[in-house]
Design a protein around this ligand. Structure first.
Ligand SMILES: Cc1cc2nc3c(=O)[nH]c(=O)nc-3n(C[C@H](O)[C@H](O)[C@H](O)COP(=O)(O)O)c2cc1C
Length: 219
């Protein structure tokens, strides 16, 4: 069955406004940092719900929209996630991660301790859905990693736009999330995103971003 086709509604702007908006958006995004120390202060969950609605507008392979997002605000479940993540991360930092990876992580000051999984008022857990299964058939999704990556980028941008701090966290392996959050077997954990206001004394490493000329070539 094919879709009915409807008129495309573009965003209408003057040339001057386009440039202003592009500059403002870059400045906003250039302030985004991965924050690892959160204030426990709560805020209206609607902000996250709207950011997830924005994420849900992402393009996806054959429009399969292969994502599911869970907001965790229960202290009990956040604690369970922290305990499971720290168990895996301790093993990774002490035994699984090769020295070259540890060397790359060292300047960021991260270790196996993940206090932020309990202090952040909300955790967003992003799942990717590789296929759907009914009694009669299994339907495969396409370009799942690309699609969920784009949706997550929109989510992070939207949260940045509301002045909230985020972290992109990937405990490895993270299949414990499927069990703790009671997700079906076709949903695979993709990322954990703690969200909140930064702790008052939060610091971030003074990293350098590649310049435009390093990341862009025009031919
Ligand atoms: C896919 C992905 C996985 C990441 N996993 C972790 C993680 O598990 N723990 C962590 O502290 N930071 C993690 N980060 C954050 C990066 O370390 C961070 O983005 C990078 O150092 C650049 O810093 P910035 O986000 O402040 O620009 C991850 C980032 C990405 C994109």
């Amino acid at each position: 069955m094919s879709f009915k086709f409807i008129k495309y509604v573009p965003v209408k702007l003057t040339e001057a406004d386009r440039l202003k908006k592009a500059e403002e958006f870059y400045e906003l995004m250039n302030k985004r940092r991965s924050v690892r120390a959160f204030s426990p202060e709560k805020f209206d969950r609607k902000l996250i719900e709207l950011a997830i609605s924005a994420a849900g507008t992402a393009p996806s392979g054959a429009n399969k929209q292969p994502w599911k997002l869970i907001i965790v605000e229960s202290c009990k479940i956040k604690k369970e996630i922290r305990i499971a993540a720290e168990k895996e991360e301790k093993e990774s930092y002490e035994r699984r991660i090769p020295q070259s990876w540890l060397d790359d992580l060292a300047p960021l000051g991260t270790d196996w301790r993940k206090e932020f999984l309990e202090t952040a008022p909300y955790l967003i857990v992003v799942f990717k859905i590789d296929f759907t299964k009914s009694e009669s058939e299994l339907k495969k999704h396409y370009y799942v990693n690309e699609s969920v990556g784009i949706a997550t980028g929109i989510l992070l941008s939207s949260l940045q736009n509301t002045g909230l701090a985020t972290l992109t966290h990937t405990p490895s392996p993270m299949n414990f999330l499927q069990k703790i959050l009671n997700r079906p077997s076709n949903e695979k954990p993709y990322l954990i995103i703690p969200v909140g206001y930064p702790a008052e004394d939060a610091v971030v490493p003074d990293i350098r971003r590649k310049s435009l000329s390093e990341i862009l070539e025009v031919i």
